[in-house]
Design a protein around this ligand. Sequence first.
Ligand SMILES: CC(C)(COP(=O)(O)OP(=O)(O)OC[C@H]1O[C@@H](n2cnc3c(N)ncnc32)[C@H](O)[C@@H]1OP(=O)(O)O)[C@@H](O)C(=O)NCCC(=O)NCCS
Length: 349
Amino acid sequence: MTHHGSERLRIVEVDPFDDAALDAWHAVYAAAETFGYEDTATPWQLGEARVLLQEPTSDTWAAAWSGVLGDGPGASVVSAGWMETPLRDNLERADVTVHVLPEHRRRGHGTAMLAHLEGVARERGRSILLTEAHHAYAAGPAGAGEPGPEFARARGFTLGLGDVQRELRLPVAEELLDRLAAEAAPHCAAYTLRSWVGPVPDELLDGWAEVTASLMTEAPVGDLALEPEVPDSHGVREREGSVARQGRTTYDTVALDVDGAVAAYTELVTTVHEPGRAYQWGTLVRRAHRGHRLGLAVKVANLRLLQAERPDIALVTTYNAEVNDHMIGVNELLGFRPVARLAELQKIL
Ligand SMILES: CC(C)(COP(=O)(O)OP(=O)(O)OC[C@H]1O[C@@H](n2cnc3c(N)ncnc32)[C@H](O)[C@@H]1OP(=O)(O)O)[C@@H](O)C(=O)NCCC(=O)NCCS
């Protein structure tokens, strides 16, 4: 192989307290993530990454690396690497991403960064690498011809799960929300809905910890080697602090059964770094409670909450496994439309 230039590449860990180094890393990451997908890319914002790197939580370790060409004042960052490892469960897993500036691609810089990340993963006792590659909807779940999936495949990853990214323009008409809520109501009359903004109410904390931890394995996982997450109420509070310091606000709705246990949940998130946007995070109906239209009920209630509290939000973005017919059905009723894909790929070291 003739990878011109890669021999001069230095890979350096980013000191998250060095603003210039962190900015340079993030600029490369964001430019590479967005290139070619200007209308649909959803890169992590600098202020969000900074908090994750500067103030790690007890359940996740995170670090970033820059690939630097040249020395001294002429040095420039051309590639960006990221790794997160769970610390409480999934102890063999390392989540990685590799990004290379468009004008520096196909010279081996991506390969060099990935090799570095694999070394770090091994040192940290990790043997399962997971990565995500955003790509065009029309390319299908495998992302044929798209840089991210093609690169990952060339470097030994296989597709574990194909996700579809969907978007919803807000506001959703009140009449539609009324109609959908009325449709769900007779099926879930035995449940109570509760919604809130920000931290989970104390009396729901343990139930919330359990239901959110189960998302990882109760939602479709395809061929990904994911282990169940360990529920941890202290961890929930810790993450809430981290999310708030990242400039994010959460909007949550749960369905409680007759005993007050959390049967279903859904969570929307806004960020000060992206005015006008919200992201749909997890939604889950516990297995024992499926078939009561709770997925629709919690999503309608949560959208009502968001629309009431945040009339400034014009767009919601969500990701679903392509095989998740029920969740997608709910999303299409609300008006979500597909715009792009995300391939979740895995490599066993
Ligand atoms: C994916 C990405 C990191 C590749 O960076 P890169 O420096 O071009 O990668 P390399 O030069 O090391 O490529 C290694 C091999 O991957 C494959 N590959 C990389 N890009 C490809 C493309 N656009 N189409 C087809 N194959 C490709 C090729 O087999 C290539 O070897 P070759 O150039 O000898 O044919 C870069 O395109 C990028 O930043 N994309 C956006 C972020 C992303 O999707 N990352 C993937 C998830 S980690």
